[in-house]
Write a protein that binds this ligand. Structure first.
Ligand code: MRU
Length: 384
């Protein structure tokens, strides 16, 4: 559907710095683990699937940085017990003989323990979206095989992401039309779930794009998404780029848009979906779900399977990231609140499963709760 927003170029992870959008489209070239972690924590790269893929590229960078190139003769010696492993072990007292031995691969010696430590640091950069830990875990298994193997796994993940998002988006579009009927739709979305937040297509925005291509969208209400304005800065930019009709509103107007009959369904993404169907997503999502429930509107969550954390029983266990006070006390360098004002700034909230009409992934509808929806298309509540 579109080009990848994350690419690998000659040892660098290349992407758009989302902090500059929409007014400045600047390229970011990341070549160190610290740069990748900084990009994730400062939201230069953001959105659950995107930070997962970026984290995996971070492990590629770490593996390259902790690989010692050895020549063929030295490698042959090592097979007889007196080669590269010992030499590298001598060079760095901190490198255990076992970890180096485990990483001897393809002409290079990987310090597996050092890369594992970097992988841990990357996975901890943001705690709420499970995609980051999931992606780092997936490539971690390839570290002993060397950087090329980690890169191959990461590029595979990148290629999968667009396909998976398109499948989830198409299933979600089908569901919206099934629930709302074959009529022009007015939809509401929150935060940014488009190609910037993934690598391509997007999840909830992907569904908006599929519906738009079917000629089914008359209006999308875009929440600005305080405090960092992912809706105003990124979603409005992506929808304009895709030619999808939209109106930007302040977050606190969303319930009123529903009350005044301007919304047929709410579509959002997710950062973590627990086994019982609770959904962590951008702060403000819970309020939207409550308002949608009050008005009997479908509240639909679109996400890849990698966002489902079936090992976590309920949303009560989710760690909700708290962010800096400065994000709330002002914007763009302009202070709004009195100096020293105490702040509550959770980046996410958790919507209880009983407010979620459906969770849709590339596998189709994986959770459904008809009680939330007053319209047609009712079905029994179920989770799988
Ligand atoms: O803090 P952010 O901007 O990374 O939060 C992003 C969201 O909450 C998205 O809705 C979620 O990651 C899904 S992106 C497909």
């Amino acid at each position: 559907m579109d080009d990848s927003s994350l690419t690998w170029d000659d040892g660098a992870l290349v992407t758009i710095d989302q902090r500059g959008l929409p007014h400045e489209v600047r390229e970011l070239r990341l070549t160190t683990v610290d740069q990748v972690i900084d990009a994730i924590t400062t939201l230069a790269i953001r959105g659950a699937p995107a930070i997962g893929i970026a984290g995996a590229f971070g492990v590629v960078i770490a593996t390259r940085a902790h690989t010692t190139v050895v020549d063929a003769a030295t490698q042959a010696d090592d097979e007889h017990g007196c080669g590269a492993a010992e030499q590298v072990g001598q060079r760095s007292a901190a490198v255990s003989r076992e970890s180096v031995r485990a990483g001897l691969s393809g002409g290079g010696v990987v310090d597996v323990a050092a890369v594992e430590a970097e992988a841990d640091r990357i996975a901890a950069a943001r705690p709420t979206a499970v995609n980051l830990a999931w992606a780092v875990e997936r490539v971690r298994a390839r570290i002993p095989e060397g950087a090329d193997a980690v890169l191959a796994e990461t590029l595979g993940m990148l290629a999968e992401d667009g396909r998976v998002n398109l499948a989830a988006a198409t299933h979600a579009a089908d569901l919206v039309q099934q629930l709302c009927g074959d009529r022009p739709l007015r939809l509401l979305t929150h935060c940014n779930t488009g190609r910037l937040a993934t690598s391509a297509v997007g999840t909830a925005i992907g569904a908006l794009r599929v519906l738009h291509e079917r000629g089914a969208v008359t209006d999308v209400i875009v929440d600005e998404t305080r405090p960092l304005l992912q809706g105003a800065r990124l979603t409005a930019w992506e929808l304009a780029e895709a030619g999808i009709p939209h109106r930007l509103t302040i977050d606190s107007a969303a319930a009123w848009a529903m009350a005044t009959g301007q919304v047929d369904a709410v579509l959002v993404g997710a950062d973590r979906i627990t086994a019982n169907g609770d959904v962590a997503n951008k702060i403000g999502t819970f309020g939207l779900a409550l308002a949608a429930r009050h008005h009997g509107l479908p509240f639909i969550v679109v996400a890849p399977e990698s966002t489902r954390d079936t090992a976590m029983a309920t949303g009560a266990q989710i760690v909700v990231e708290q962010r800096a006070a400065a994000e709330v006390t002002g914007f763009g360098g302009v202070e709004a609140a009195p100096a020293g004002t105490a702040v509550f700034n959770p980046a996410f909230d958790v919507t209880p499963a009983d407010l979620v009409t459906a969770v849709v992934t590339e596998n189709g509808v994986v959770y459904r709760n008809a009680d939330t929806f007053a319209g047609n298309g009712r079905a029994a509540s179920s989770a799988s």
